[in-house]
Write a protein that binds this ligand. Structure first.
Ligand SMILES: [Zn+2]
Length: 107
């Protein structure tokens, strides 16, 4: 593990988050629920991470209200999809575009 326990806690990801994360993964059947996969409707990718649908930063800034860790604001996502989602949220263009066949498109 690259992250120490302290840094996980400092980021707000402690034992409670691990429990919640497991619940969300189970609820979502360990399938990616990003907009491009939709839990196997468009593409079936295994999910091992949990994404905040509305980013935590929105709650800190007041753009979103309520609890960011509400299960309704959480979804299981694939690691690569998560990276792409995070990049989009930060305003970067995704480095890799995924085609309809589920494979990266070379541009
Ligand atoms: Zn996905």
């Amino acid at each position: 593990m690259a992250w120490s326990k302290e840094s996980r806690h400092a980021r707000g990801y402690g034992a409670e988050w691990d429990k919640l994360r497991e619940q969300i993964l189970q609820r979502d059947g360990y399938l990616c629920h990003c907009p491009e996969c939709q839990g196997g409707k468009l593409r079936a990718l295994p999910a091992h991470e949990v994404d905040h649908i509305k980013p935590k930063a929105w709650f800190r800034s007041g753009r979103a209200k309520g609890n960011p860790d509400d299960p309704r604001n959480l979804r299981a996502v694939n690691r690569d999809c998560h990276k792409r989602l995070t990049a989009v949220q930060k305003g970067h263009r995704p480095a890799v575009r995924i085609g309809v066949d589920g494979f990266p498109v070379k541009e």
